[in-house]
Write a protein that binds this ligand. Structure first.
Ligand SMILES: [Zn+2]
Ligand SMILES: [Zn+2]
Length: 352
């Protein structure tokens, strides 16, 4: 065990502050990574403030962060994919049981015994796992991803959650050239969805409540922008979409979007509104439409996504901040005052 500098919250109401945490010594299958950038995900804020206490109560001190990019510093004797000096990334999971049907199917994100990167029981050191707001992390090789060397690292960090969360359902539902794809909500997730749908060759329509986002949506790769409050504009698209990704995490009228799907069209939720959504069964019955959810992505698919990003030079649009500004960033996140993701430059932790 060794000590690593980190930023943690001591309780649901305390700001994050500098601390040191225990990291395990390198095991045979482990990769040790010096963290260069860590993206800020809305889940970090929910967990730190214990807003998901009914499902996943936070344990303190809490070190969030699951959008991790860094450089390998050391590898265990059984590690084959990485060597010191390589770029590496870690997303939302750091372990799973490897034996259940989900793991056997290569879908680790649905393993009932999956270990999350932070706030999950830590089988190695006891207590809970600590995330990427830290100078280093030790992770089992299977859960470490390779990062294409052409990608901007600050922007690549956010691919590990925002990226895979939007890429995975698009691949699952067959987004490709010739398909009409909608993206609801242009935030951290939504802006990645637009980039992926565009790169996959689809006709991309962004739905937004704010007319001032129109120009940005086009720059990100949208072919059309629809102001969702304008019923006439919405009606023009009725029954025409193959797939809609709904990235809104506040209460909203999902039926307005279901009506836009064609036969066998699908709308997938990746946001998590706190209250249940009211869904019209009739809207689904007609045209055999379906409503789904999706959770991050498997390890192999995450690697596929990173390689796709390498080929298409896709990263998240980020605002780089020093770790000392993380509390301020959380407040701005609540106001959606960021285009489109914060990425913490972990070099800033060295001066603490
Ligand atoms: Zn996340
Ligand atoms: Zn499993």
């Amino acid at each position: 065990m060794y000590r690593a500098k980190a930023y943690s919250a001591a309780s649901a109401t305390s700001p994050l502050a500098a601390t040191t945490i225990a990291r395990r010594d390198l095991g045979e299958q482990d990769v040790q990574i010096e963290i260069l950038f860590c993206g800020i995900c809305h889940s970090d804020l929910h967990t730190v403030r214990n807003e998901w206490s009914s499902m996943m109560p936070a344990v303190y001190p809490c070190v969030p962060g699951h959008e991790i990019v860094g450089r390998v510093t050391e590898v265990g004797s059984a590690v084959t994919k990485f060597k010191p000096g390589d770029l590496a990334a870690v997303g939302c999971m750091v372990d799973s049981d490897g034996t259940c049907p989900e793991c056997q199917a290569g879908l680790e994100q649905f393993c009932p015994n999956m270990t999350l990167t932070y706030n999950s029981p830590d089988v190695h050191l006891g207590g809970i796992t600590y995330g990427g707001y830290s100078e280093s992390i030790v992770v089992k090789e299977h859960f470490v991803l390779r990062v294409p060397s052409n990608l901007d690292l600050a922007g690549a960090a956010s691919l590990l959650c925002a990226g895979i969360t939007t890429y995975s359902p698009m691949r699952h539902w067959g987004v490709t050239k010739g398909k009409k794809v909608g993206v609801v909500g242009l935030g951290g997730l939504g802006h990645m969805a637009v980039k992926f749908a565009h790169a996959l060759g689809a006709h991309v329509v962004v739905f937004t409540t704010s007319p001032n986002k129109k120009e940005d949506a086009i720059l990100l790769g949208a072919d059309e922008v629809v102001i969702s409050r304008n019923a006439d504009e919405m009606k023009k698209h009725a029954g025409s979409f193959d797939f809609i990704l709904d990235a809104v995490s506040a209460d909203h009228d999902i039926n307005a979007y279901i009506q836009l799907l064609r036969r066998d069209g699908n709308i997938t939720l990746v946001g998590a509104p706190p209250k249940p959504l009211a869904v019209s069964a009739l809207a689904l019955l007609f045209r055999r439409r379906s409503l789904s959810g999706s959770l991050i992505g498997a390890i192999a698919e995450t690697q596929e996504m990173l390689d796709f990003c390498g080929r298409h030079n896709i990263t998240a649009d980020v605002e780089i901040i020093p770790v000392q500004k993380v509390n301020e960033a959380y407040e701005r996140l609540l106001k959606s005052d960021v285009k489109y993701r914060f990425s913490i430059d972990m070099a800033s932790l060295k001066s603490i």
